[in-house]
Design a protein around this ligand. Structure first.
Ligand SMILES: [Zn+2]
Length: 220
């Protein structure tokens, strides 16, 4: 048996080094949270929508470099991002006067989104954000979410999101799913501008890892 204090001392150089690296974070933009050199704010639009968007992000997504939910909320006036696993104030979040809450998530009874009728009450579109497994966990831990009427996207263009392999055919990043949903609901208004910072983010990631490595690892 090696005493704990000696084990700790042996571990010190590596731990100290990691601590040093951790202690010198690259300066990042307080708004988009990208490294300052790669700030995306100039590309983020300021879009109004009839639909209100509520993104419930699983805590495990927060630190991910490709946090597209954050970009979506920054670009939409009528949108909110909440982070967690159990949302205690969900009843209040869902009871927005003037809106009908529904969940953007696959399900047998999910109704494909179509344009609003002229006098129709707009949707409070609740979007779980995380891997499929984490999104299902959110539904499991928040029964109110699972009980909401479900809506789905009709046939949509393939994802531009080539960096994180999606386990299911037709899977989109959160920001792409939101754009597709708003486009369907609010045509002829289009929400493509929301994808500008997303495209730049993807291109930046590809450039950073090197085109060759990207093709080897991510193209099938
Ligand atoms: Zn920024």
């Amino acid at each position: 048996m090696v005493p704990d204090c000696i084990r700790a001392a042996r571990l010190l150089p590596g731990a100290a080094l990691r601590g040093t690296l951790r202690g010198m974070p690259r300066p990042s933009c307080p708004r988009c949270q990208r490294p300052l050199r790669h700030c995306l704010c100039a590309l983020i639009p300021d879009l109004d929508s009839r639909t209100r968007v509520l993104i419930l992000q699983h805590s495990s997504e927060v630190g991910h470099a490709l946090n597209t939910a954050r970009l979506a909320v920054l670009g939409l006036r009528n949108a909110e991002l909440r982070v967690g696993e159990v949302f205690d104030d969900l009843p209040q979040l869902l009871a927005q006067p003037g809106y009908r809450a529904c969940l953007l998530f696959p399900g047998e009874d999910a109704v494909a989104l179509t344009g609003y009728a002229p006098e129709e009450q707009p949707l409070l579109l609740v979007v779980p954000d995380g891997t499929w497994r984490k999104a299902r966990k959110l539904l499991h831990l928040n029964p109110l979410l699972a009980a909401l009427p479900r809506v789905s996207l009709g046939a949509v263009a393939p994802s531009r999101y080539r960096l994180r392999k999606a386990p299911e055919e037709g899977a989109l990043s959160t920001i792409e799913a939101i754009v597709a949903a708003l486009d369907a609901l609010e045509a002829p208004q289009g929400f493509d501008a929301l994808l500008r910072p997303f495209d730049a983010l993807i291109e930046g990631q590809i450039a950073a890892m090197g085109e060759e490595v990207f093709i080897r690892n991510h193209q099938r």
